[in-house]
Design a protein around this ligand. Structure first.
Ligand code: PMP
Length: 437
């Protein structure tokens, strides 16, 4: 354990910690972090996708410097500011027609989803909300209330109903997963959840924290049809997998659907805290002073977000996510041929997951081996975390700027880490302080 990590242990609360290994970073550039021991670490997590352009990107630095050198206040609660308005205009131009109304700004995916949850119920007068089992929509009281991730220590909303996310690997095929998930939903509508009481369905176009689950073809189109039929608002949580990460600008595009409300966070600020909700005016203008925190809409974070969106366009980062993502995915696929621990490789673009199992036919989760693998990868120079309702899915959300060479470098490190774990070369006691989730 490094000096910085130990000092942190004596001064900083652990309540926001989700630690997998003792990483203490002192800097970073592009796809690499610098550890306080001087090591360069290839970052396949990008702070859970928040560092969308990598670390110290010149466009973000320039935008932040300009915004701070003539600062138009620190908030949009009681005054308009140019970066915020420009960012709203830009976001409106990027969403489907039915969501093109108004934009609300927050700090995080959590406050954005919490705002949506309160707003849709208030605006429609319908008391119920649907979301997926395994869904992570945030860590505040109101966003946990509409989530379904088992690791969360919060209370679900009285009006929440969780429905299964179609899991093709667990079900044996995409078709089987789709049929089961849809019939569950239709049955709910016919019985205990009257659809006319449902305000909104929060969807994850790829269920990232729940295990990087990719929906079967046609599943979300069927969900969209049901929502339209019953006047249920479709809310796409693009917080982790949106803004180019999936190889399309919006992750919902892969499913051929058009949500009513789109939620952005994480990568929007390129490392700075900003989130956005985009949706119809009648919903987004439901009431004034309805959801506000003092430095919401601050011009510094809004300027960073504008720079992120401009850079994604200018540097063709959606295409890069597709291209480098293919190299990464192909490399992971080759590892699957050699490592019995790998049960499934899935995802889209640079939102990828590798599910580890102790036995491919029974698909028993290799939970301990997953924790050991990310720890060993860290020792070897690669930062990645794991997700999944059974804590056995390696998650890949590197910067959108990732090069093909970096993708290959990371695969080579992971190859070594997996071999070390499978052959018992990693001391299990290292996990004592790293419960992960
Ligand atoms: N939505 C999704 C899909 C997420 O993955 C997360 C974070 N893991 C959130 C919302 C909440 O974002 P934040 O932690 O930045 O508030």
């Amino acid at each position: 354990m490094s000096g910085l990590y130990a000092r942190e242990g004596r001064s900083v609360s652990t309540m926001a910690h989700l630690r997998f290994f003792p990483l203490a970073a002192v800097g970073g550039s592009g796809s690499y972090l610098t550890g306080d021991d001087g090591r360069r670490l290839l970052d396949f997590a990008a702070s859970w996708g928040a560092a969308s352009l990598g670390h110290s990107h010149p466009a973000v630095r320039g935008a932040v410097n300009r915004a701070l050198s003539d600062q138009a206040g620190a908030s949009y609660l009681s005054s308009a500011n140019e970066p915020c308005v420009q960012l709203a205009e830009k976001l409106l131009s990027l969403v489907p027609e039915r969501a093109r109304g108004r934009v609300w700004f927050g700090h995080s995916g959590s406050d954005a989803n919490e705002t949506v949850a309160r707003m849709v119920v208030a605006a429609t007068g319908r008391p119920r909300i649907l979301a997926f089992s395994g869904a992570y929509h945030g860590g505040t009281v109101g966003s946990m209330a509409v989530s379904g991730h088992p690791a969360q220590q919060g209370i679900r909303a009285a009006g929440l109903t969780l429905v299964p996310y179609p899991d093709s690997f667990a079900a044996g095929s995409p078709e089987a997963a789709k049929e089961a998930a849809l019939s569950h939903l239709e049955n709910l509508f016919a019985t205990e959840v009257p659809p006319q009481e449902v305000a909104a369905f929060f969807i994850e176009p790829i269920q990232s924290d729940g295990g990087m689950l990719v929906p079967p073809d046609g599943y979300f189109q069927a969900v969209e049809t049901l929502c339209r039929k019953h006047g249920i608002l479709l809310v796409s949580d693009e917080v982790k997998v949106g803004l180019g990460r999936s190889g399309r600008f919006h992750a919902f595009e892969h499913s051929g659907i058009e949500p009513d409300i789109v939620v952005f966070g994480k990568g929007l600020g390129g490392g700075l805290p900003i989130s956005a909700v985009v949706g119809p005016e009648a919903i987004l203008n439901h009431a004034v002073a309805f959801s506000l925190q003092t430095v919401h809409g601050n011009p510094v974070c809004a300027a960073a977000a504008l720079a992120v969106l401009q850079t994604i366009e200018r540097d063709h980062l959606v295409q890069n996510a597709e291209k480098s993502g293919k190299v990464l995915r192909d490399g992971l696929g080759r590892l699957a041929a050699r490592h019995a621990l790998i049960g499934d490789v899935r995802g889209r673009g640079l939102a990828l997951g590798v599910e580890l199992v102790t036995d491919r036919s029974s698909r028993e989760p290799a939970t301990r081996q997953t924790a050991l693998t990310v720890y060993r990868a860290f020792q070897l120079g690669l930062v990645l975390y794991y997700v999944g309702v059974r804590s056995n899915v390696l998650e890949f959300t590197p910067p959108l700027t990732l090069t093909e060479a970096e993708a290959r470098e990371g695969v080579a490190i992971l190859d070594e880490a997996l071999a070390d774990v499978a052959e018992g070369r990693v001391d299990e006691t290292i996990l004592a302080d790293f419960a992960g989730w």
